[in-house]
Design a protein around this ligand. Structure first.
Ligand SMILES: *Cc1c(COP(=O)(O)O)cnc(C)c1O
Length: 411
């Protein structure tokens, strides 16, 4: 353990990202290992929101759509996110929730493959991805089939009926990433389109959608981008797919929304994937998080994330031996994203008890404790301290209490 303390101190002393920690509001005495679920509050967000509310909305009122550049915010912030995911300007738009953008991507892909009727994913994908696919099947009266096969069978299941394959890049429980470029190429060889959900990757691992030739992608604003609860999500389509149909043909996706034409005429660029009025307050908060992320070097983010995870695996080893935790994430850093999952028979109770010790992690059914490792605001010392508190929970068996057994509505 002494070894670990010395090593941890050395890592913190030489951390090139250490300066970012003070740019976030971090509650006292809390070690927050859940930034992969809801990112922390950047210090600048409060002032930006007050200004957007009081000056832009309060004083500027409707003139702020132009004067405060509200109307172009989805595209402006999209262009910033493009830099984080290896996309070109004009290929990303910030709008709606990830779930809604999944619907748009799936239906856009179907419109490009009108003769094909299958949309495919893997079982164990994040549920909303599968649910949105099932909704499309139901709405189509069964003409479109939503198919989910076990991960190991996915590639073999792509065939001449497959219009699109929807996959999550970094798995939400295990952190196992799929190889985007290779998998995309494989899917496209069968004439299908590749749609990627980047919710657990954006801001955490390096991405190059352009090089990987991805067809559509979506991702979350409130996780590693620190955009705040319910922040708008993003939608990516390369230029070659901008002619796809935007089934959610709302007025903001129209070529000339303020001409109030009778008929829908889609915008030519990425704007066609907008639907209704942009959520200005959410966009303002998200922009602060994205700007902060752009100040940091993505290679350094990835390096720190890997080093933090390796440190945690090392610190957890004695607890795995003594208290029955089992790493469910790949132990090889190259094969995982920026969180770690550990299985334990009492994972739910332990996650609850750990909160009483000031460590916030989360539980994912049926038996996984998930630790999100966010390089911008965590120190290496936090990791070792969190494991020490977890050990205390195990030694004292403080998880073994009736009040920790009842599942809350949100885990
Ligand atoms: C978090 C997450 C979502 C969230 O979707 P919302 O519509 O924003 O609730 C979707 N997909 C994946 C893979 C996620 O991790």
């Amino acid at each position: 353990m002494t070894d670990l303390v010395g090593k941890t101190r050395a890592l913190d002393d030489t951390d090139p990202l250490a300066k970012f920690r003070k740019r976030f509001h971090l509650p006292d005495n809390v070690i927050y290992l859940d930034g992969n679920s809801l990112g922390c509050l950047p210090i600048d967000t409060s002032a930006r929101l007050s200004d957007t509310v009081e000056r832009e909305w309060g004083e500027g009122l409707i003139t702020s759509w132009l004067d405060a550049e509200w109307s172009t915010a989805p595209r402006r912030i999209g262009d910033k996110i493009a830099q984080l995911i290896g996309a070109k300007p004009g290929e990303v738009i910030v709008t709606d929730s990830t779930s809604i953008n999944l619907f748009k991507a799936l239906t856009a892909a179907l419109s490009l493959r009108p003769e094909r009727t299958h949309i495919l994913t893997e079982t164990t994908n994040f549920p909303t991805d599968s649910y949105m696919m099932q909704g499309i099947e139901t709405f189509s009266g069964g003409r479109i089939k939503a198919i989910a096969v076990p991960p190991s069978e996915l590639l073999d299941a792509v065939d001449g009926n497959t219009a699109a394959v929807l996959l999550t890049h970094v798995h939400y429980k295990t952190a196992l990433p799929r190889e985007i470029a290779k998998t995309t190429k494989y899917i496209q060889q069968s004439g299908a389109l590749a749609i990627w959900d980047l919710s657990h990757s954006t801001g955490a691992v390096e991405l190059d959608l352009d090089a990987a030739n991805v067809d559509f992608a979506v991702g979350c604003g409130y996780k590693y981008l620190n955009g705040g609860p319910g922040a708008p999500a993003f939608f990516y389509a390369p230029k070659r797919n901008h002619h796809a149909q935007s089934v959610l043909s709302g007025w903001f996706g129209h070529a000339k929304p303020f001409d109030f034409e009778e008929g829908y005429r889609p915008a030519l660029g990425i704007e066609r994937f907008l639907c209704g009025t942009p959520p200005v307050l959410g966009l303002a908060a998200l922009e602060v998080g994205v700007d902060l992320m752009l100040e940091a070097d993505t290679t350094q983010i990835r390096q720190k994330s890997v080093a933090m995870a390796d440190l945690m695996i090392e610190a957890m080893a004695p607890l795995c031996d003594r208290y029955g935790f089992a790493l469910v994430s790949p132990s090889n850093a190259a094969e995982r994203g920026s969180h770690l999952g550990f299985a334990h028979a009492n994972a739910y109770e332990i996650t609850q008890a750990l909160r009483a010790y000031g460590v916030i992690a989360d539980f994912r059914t049926p038996d996984v404790i998930r630790f999100g490792l966010t390089p911008l605001y965590l120190e290496y010392g936090d990791i070792v301290e969190a494991v020490a508190r977890l050990e205390k929970v195990c030694v004292e068996r403080s998880w073994d209490k009736p009040e920790y057994r009842t599942r809350a509505a949100v885990t």
